[in-house]
Design a protein around this ligand. Structure first.
Ligand code: ADQ
Length: 473
């Protein structure tokens, strides 16, 4: 245990109580990003994880199902169809997600969906207050739960309460486009600590609170907002680096890489791995590749661009359209540039497991991570962790991914600029070994020193040991 960890466990005696929409209950390995970060502390403190069971029922229920795994308690609750549609699909993913990713044009504002958002926040606030003990530390996750902390306070919770936002906090005017922004903004201040991914998010959030609620920065760095004080923290999420290093050479990884090899022959692999989401910049990326084929005929037949993008949130408008656009665009590019013995773009609309993905990262000469807007983007970090130190690949990274604040040695591009993507890929495939190694080494040092445990500790250390008793209106 490092001294930072010892410090934290002393300050946070009591359990960790995590609250997130999805939990790791029942998943065989607790390997997904958030689960890795929280799991260790949950096991150590015999903690509690509260969230949605994953089930949607025809009726509303207040029932809580308890599951125990390795001493960790899960308190899970089902959602009714109306709650799932209104809270999850409509408000969280058709209002908050697009607005926070600067796509106000895609937001669908309908008054009654907010009612469901409130009711699901209320449901989990009630469960949290019922299950948590005064000495516990409650750590709420993501945009699904802006209101939950305030609702807990209103139900009498006086203990420590933190919230981490995994997605960007946009410029104040964009956030103001949400009709209920003041209620969301005020509710945020019921948390003792609000964590965001980047310095830019922190700047936007502080400005919003200053402009909207006359928030004042105190000498100790906390913000006074009305009767509350809240610590705003920039806390970039990292990955479990060793797990990815190990995964990249495991049997499943090698198997995936060798399957790919049969297809590639001696062509160089340019790889993209994303959830199919409009924030990930897939259309612009495909256009960037088309531009590369246009500008640089010498790469024809020598590289293969493979994009892995499993569909997500398929019933939300905007996502179906994206699928169709990608189908059309990849067809057009292959039609325009392909040859009897060369398919320029391979686009696989399905997911692969973590080990297989790690094997593909390691096989890639270039990885394209070009979101139009992204809280962090873990693919950028996973790609670096999975590289062969003797012959590392090159990361092409959007300036609008949160990860760009930490990963300067990547080739940073404007994801809207097809020409810039084209030239960055061209530069990457011609980059001399010594330069690739130097860039990779410093990127690897960075993701190692600010990994997943570092992120967790940074957040927990920011929580005041003696969180104040809140004043409620
Ligand atoms: P996401 O938007 O889901 O997360 P990201 O950070 O890229 O995005 O994480 C995706 C995870 O899913 C990665 O671990 C990746 O390996 C995996 N993944 C992606 N595509 C996959 C595929 N095709 N098949 C299999 N696995 C795939 C949100 C925010 C991000 C923030 C994270 C964590 O939007 O900005 O980095 O939370 O805070």
């Amino acid at each position: 245990m490092t001294s930072a960890e010892a410090d934290t466990s002393a300050r946070t005696s009591g359990r960790l109580v995590a609250i997130s929409n999805r939990t790791a209950a029942g998943s065989e390995s607790k390997a997904g990003g958030l689960a890795v970060a929280l799991w260790e502390t949950l096991v150590e403190t015999k903690g509690l994880w509260i969230g949605w069971s994953g089930r949607v029922l025809d009726f509303e229920t207040a029932r809580v199902n308890y599951v125990e795994e390795e001493g960790v308690q899960f308190a899970l609750s089902d959602l009714s169809r109306r709650q799932y549609d209104g809270f999850y699909l409509a408000y969280a993913n058709s209002v908050l997600w697009p607005v926070m990713h600067n796509r106000i044009d895609l937001a669908v504002f309908e008054a009654d969906t907010y009612r469901n958002y409130r009711s699901v926040n209320e449901k989990f606030a009630r469960i949290a207050v019922q299950e948590a003990r005064q000495e516990d530390f409650i750590w709420v996750h993501d945009y699904h739960f802006f209101l939950l902390g305030r609702m807990m306070r209103q139900r009498g919770w006086q203990g420590r309460l933190g919230w981490f936002l995994h997605i960007p906090f946009p410029a104040p005017d964009a956030f103001r486009a949400i009709p209920q922004h003041r209620e969301l903004g005020e509710a945020m201040c019921a948390y003792d600590v609000v964590g965001v991914q980047t310095g830019k998010d922190l700047y936007n959030l502080a400005r919003y609170l200053e402009e909207e609620f006359d928030a004042e920065e105190l000498p100790d760095g906390r913000f006074k907002v009305g009767e509350r004080t809240v610590r705003l923290l920039h806390c970039p999420i990292g990955i479990d680096v060793d797990a990815f290093v190990k995964a990249s050479t495991c049997e499943d990884a090698q198997l995936a890489a060798s399957k790919l090899d049969r297809f590639l022959g001696n062509r160089q692999l340019v790889l993209g791995v994303d959830r199919m989401d409009y924030s990930k910049g897939l259309i612009q990326r495909f256009e960037g590749m088309a531009d590369l084929f246009d500008r640089h005929p010498d790469v024809h037949g020598h590289i293969s661009f493979t994009q892995i993008a499993p569909p997500s949130r398929t019933v939300v408008e905007g996502y179906q359209q994206l699928r169709q656009q990608l189908d059309e665009l990849s067809g057009r590019i292959n039609g325009d540039y392909g040859d009897l013995d060369w398919i320029p773009i391979r686009y696989l609309a399905r997911g692969y497991d973590r080990d297989e993905i790690a094997g593909l990262y390691r096989a890639a000469k270039v990885c394209l991570v070009t979101p139009l807007q992204d809280g962090m983007n873990l693919v950028a970090k996973e790609f670096i962790a999975a590289q062969n130190p003797d012959d590392p690949g090159v990361l092409v990274l959007s300036q609008f991914a949160g990860a760009a604040e930490q990963m300067n040695e990547a080739l940073i591009v404007n994801p809207y600029d097809a020409g810039a993507i084209a030239e960055a890929v061209y530069q990457a495939i011609h980059m001399p070994l010594a330069e690739r190694q130097a860039r990779w080494r410093s990127l690897m040092d960075g993701i190692r020193s600010q990994d997943l445990v570092w992120w967790r500790q940074r957040f927990l250390n920011a929580v005041p040991a003696d969180a104040e008793v809140p004043v409620l209106s």
